[in-house]
Design a protein around this ligand. Structure first.
Ligand code: ARG
Length: 267
C-alpha cells in the first residue's frame, strides 16, 4: 500500500509539472517570444516630428528614430511595422499592449515610467520657445502671463501648464505652429531639434519668419517605450541600442539628418 501511494504521488507530481510547463509554452508568450515568432516589431508613432519621424508625400515615414528602429529590427531578425497616430494615442496604445513600442521622440518622465517600460535613453533634448520675428518675447522669463501653443500630451504641454502659462493644446504639431504664425498665441513651445527643423522649413517658404529662442528650458532624455512587463525584450533592445550609442552609429544617423547630437551621458 505504501509503495502504491508513493508511486501514485510521484505520478501526480510529474503530471502537475508537465501541465505547468505546457502552460508556459502556449498561453503566455513573453514579449520577446511574441515578437520573434510573429517576425515583426509593431511601432506606434506620430510622424509629425522631424527629424525623428516625418510623413513623406509618398506615405512613407522617415527619420532618425525610424533608422534606429530599422537597425534594431535587423539585429533582432524581424520586420518593422509602422502604425501612425496622434502623439497622445502613442503611450496609451503601448500601455494597452496594442503596439510593441512607442517611437515618437518620447521623453522619459517619472510619470510615464509608471505606465510603460522605457529603454535606456539614446540622446538628450530640450524644450524651446518659437516666436514670430520681432516678438517682444526673448526669453523664458518673458513667457509669464502669455499664451503658448503646444502639442497635446507632450512634455511641452505639462511644462507650460506647470509654469502657469495660458496653454492652447493641438493634436497636430503643424496646428501648434500655425497658432503662433497667425497670432492666436504669443509663442509655441516644442522640442528643440524639431523646432529648428520645422522653423527652417517654414521660413524657406514664407515671408513672415519664425525664430527659435536659444534658451533651452528643460533637459529631456529620449527613449523608446515598451509595454510594461516586457523586460526580456527591452534588455535585448538595450544591448543593441547601447552599442549603437557607443560605436557612434546614432551620432552618424543624427549627422545624416543634419541634426546636432547630444549624448545621453551629457546629462
Ligand atoms: N518629447 C516630447 C514628449 O515626449 C514631445 C514628443 C512629440 N512627438 C511627436 N512625435 N509628435 O512629450
Amino acid at each position: 500500500m505504501k509503495k502504491f501511494l508513493k508511486a501514485a504521488s510521484l505520478i501526480l507530481v510529474i503530471a502537475m509539472l508537465a501541465s505547468v510547463l505546457a502552460g508556459c509554452g502556449s498561453s503566455k508568450q513573453s514579449g520577446l517570444e511574441k515578437v520573434k515568432s510573429s517576425g515583426k516589431l509593431v511601432i506606434a508613432t506620430s510622424p509629425d516630428f522631424p527629424p525623428f519621424e516625418e510623413l513623406k508625400s509618398d506615405g512613407s515615414v522617415e527619420g532618425i528614430e525610424i533608422d534606429i528602429l530599422n537597425i534594431i529590427c535587423d539585429k533582432l531578425g524581424v520586420e518593422l511595422q509602422i502604425e501612425q497616430m496622434d502623439f497622445d494615442s502613442v503611450l496609451p496604445g503601448v500601455q494597452a499592449g496594442k503596439f510593441d513600442v512607442g517611437v515618437s521622440g518620447i521623453s522619459v518622465t517619472e510619470q510615464r515610467q509608471k505606465n510603460a517600460l522605457f529603454t535606456d535613453p539614446y540622446c538628450l533634448a530640450a524644450q524651446a520657445i518659437v516666436v514670430v520675428e520681432g516678438s517682444e518675447i526673448a526669453s523664458k522669463a518673458d513667457l509669464e502671463g502669455k499664451s503658448v501653443s503646444v502639442q497635446t500630451g507632450t512634455t511641452a504641454e505639462s511644462f507650460c501648464m506647470e509654469n502657469g502659462y495660458d496653454v492652447k493644446s493641438f493634436s497636430a504639431n503643424s496646428d501648434a505652429e500655425s497658432a503662433v504664425v497667425t497670432g492666436k498665441v504669443d509663442a509655441w513651445v516644442i522640442d528643440d531639434l524639431t523646432a529648428a527643423e520645422m522653423v527652417a522649413a517654414y521660413n524657406a517658404e514664407n515671408s513672415t519668419k519664425l525664430v527659435v529662442l536659444s534658451e533651452p528650458m528643460t533637459t529631456e532624455p529620449y527613449a523608446f517605450a515598451f509595454t510594461l512587463g516586457n523586460d526580456e525584450l527591452v534588455n535585448e533592445v538595450n544591448t543593441i541600442l547601447n552599442e549603437l550609442v557607443a560605436d557612434g552609429t546614432i551620432a552618424g544617423i543624427f549627422e545624416k539628418f543634419d541634426a546636432p547630437y547630444t549624448s545621453p551621458d551629457a546629462a
